[in-house]
Design a protein around this ligand. Structure first.
Ligand code: FES
Ligand SMILES: [Fe+2]
Length: 432
């Protein structure tokens, strides 16, 4: 049972909060690279409760600064990109990407004032379509060595969306393998198309995933600790003919890796904008053919509004709920599973009140996440900050759907994953 104080500790993310310090011990996605693709590459970013300005300077280097000009507080997001940095348009103070103040041109000639002024800045790097920020203490470590980061760029498509709720409930839907049997239930087994995952036939069985999910609502779920967080293995035995094995992961503290299809996985971060809103950032990684990024973007862009990547369907229009449609689509919210997940987590409230929950054995992933996060809050050292000490050494993780007919579930998914990795050419062998 969680009390109100624990719920606060688990969900706070702002500067100076214990939870914010845990999240700041990991690289976090700050923007999609496409957001800086304009001829004026400078955008406001709200991240972990901080208002920042992200830009690419004239040399093509990235910078992430506190948005508030240290002179008299005007917003640097409206600044000019010139002379080696961003210039405040109120009185012309100029800051480079490291936060150094280079000029205060409205001051008397010869003024040394600029040498005493420094703006908060955070290291940023671009990798596979996302701009990553390091907002933690000390020197930034290497980016995680996971597949989404090391895959060749043509194998990865990145996108994001805004969810109108706290980051933790967004994350918790991703470590909850049993919800797919209900929230993503389809009442027919039509062919797979965008938004209708879980439709591919299972291995050689010819059985649609949709049918399996409908028939077996209570998977046997186990949790295995790993270097990056934990692995969830969910078993669904179908009429004693075979066992469906689904391998998903928590990349502690706020990301997941799950299978999308035989050759594609999704690694998704849930990063606070502030405590009441978050972004999901997804990296779709193909172990087979290069991704068709233009097609994947086109499938998603119509469902959101720029520049915030805010879904058109949401709290404001009751997530498109149509009681008549519920006869056909189970949820009554259309066929797109992204909308289903969005409803599930946003409808819990902006910050879910966990004091009123009844956690069960099927919530084992959620309990594991909270236990790990509470341990990290109490003792934010190397032992509890899983995956933070040497992120560059992390690999994988494996995320796959397999069909086991021999009774050795572990060997079954590992063999399939190993074959896929070897065929990809760039993906390292499994290490745990
Ligand atoms: S407020 Fe920015 S230069 Fe004066
Ligand atoms: Fe889901």
């Amino acid at each position: 049972m969680i009390d109100a104080e624990e719920n606060r500790l688990l969900t706070e993310s702002g500067p100076g909060t214990p939870g914010g310090a845990v999240l700041r011990s990991y690289w976090q996605p700050a923007a999609l690279a496409e957001e800086l693709a304009d001829e004026r590459p400078i955008v406001p970013v709200r991240l972990l409760g901080e208002n920042l300005v992200l830009f690419r300077d004239e040399l093509g280097e990235l910078g992430l600064l506190d948005h508030r000009c240290p002179h008299r507080g005007a917003d640097l997001a409206a600044g000019r990109l010139e002379d080696g940095g961003v210039r405040c348009t109120f009185h012309g103070w100029l800051f480079n990407r490291d936060g150094a103040c280079l000029q205060t041109p409205a001051e008397p000639t010869g003024s040394e004032l600029h040498t005493r002024v420094h703006q908060t800045s955070y290291p940023v790097v671009e990798r596979n379509g996302i701009i990553w920020a390091w907002m933690g203490e000390g020197k930034a470590p290497a980016l995680p060595g996971i597949d989404a980061m090391i895959a060749p760029p043509e194998q990865v498509f990145a996108f994001k969306g805004l969810w109108d709720c706290n980051w933790l409930q967004a994350h918790e839907v991703g470590i909850d393998p049993s919800h797919a049997s209900f929230l993503h239930r389809f009442l027919d087994d039509e062919e797979e198309q965008y938004g209708l995952q879980f439709r591919a036939a299972l291995g050689e069985t010819g059985l649609a995933s949709t049918k399996l999910l409908r028939e077996i609502a209570n998977p046997e779920i186990s949790v295995e600790p790993t270097d990056y967080g934990f692995r969830l293995v969910s078993l669904r035995n179908f009429r004693d003919e075979f066992t469906h094995v689904r391998v998903t992961n928590c990349l502690f503290p706020n990301a997941i890796t799950i299978p999308m299809s035989g050759e594609m996985t999704i690694t998704q971060w849930h990063v606070p904008i502030d405590d009441e809103r978050c972004y999901w950032y997804s990296m779709f990684v193909s172990y087979g053919e290069p991704v068709d990024a233009a097609k994947m973007r086109a499938q998603r862009i119509d469902a959101i509004e720029l520049p915030l990547y805010e879904p058109i369907t949401g709290r404001g229009n009751n997530w498109g709920f149509d009681p008549a449609d519920q006869r056909n689509t189970y949820t009554g919210m259309g066929p797109d599973i992204n909308v289903h997940d969005q409803w599930a987590v946003e409808s819990q409230g902006k910050i879910h009140d966990r004091t009123r929950e009844h956690l069960t054995p099927s919530d084992v992933g959620i309990r594991t996440q909270r236990r790990m996060f509470m341990a990290a809050l109490e003792d934010p050292g190397e032992a509890t900050l899983v995956g933070a000490a040497d992120p560059g050494a992390l690999t994988g993780p494996a995320a796959i759907d397999a069909v086991d007919i021999d009774g050795d579930h572990d060997k079954c998914w590992r063999d399939l994953e190993t074959t896929r990795r070897q065929a990809a050419g760039w993906a390292p062998a499994l290490t745990d």
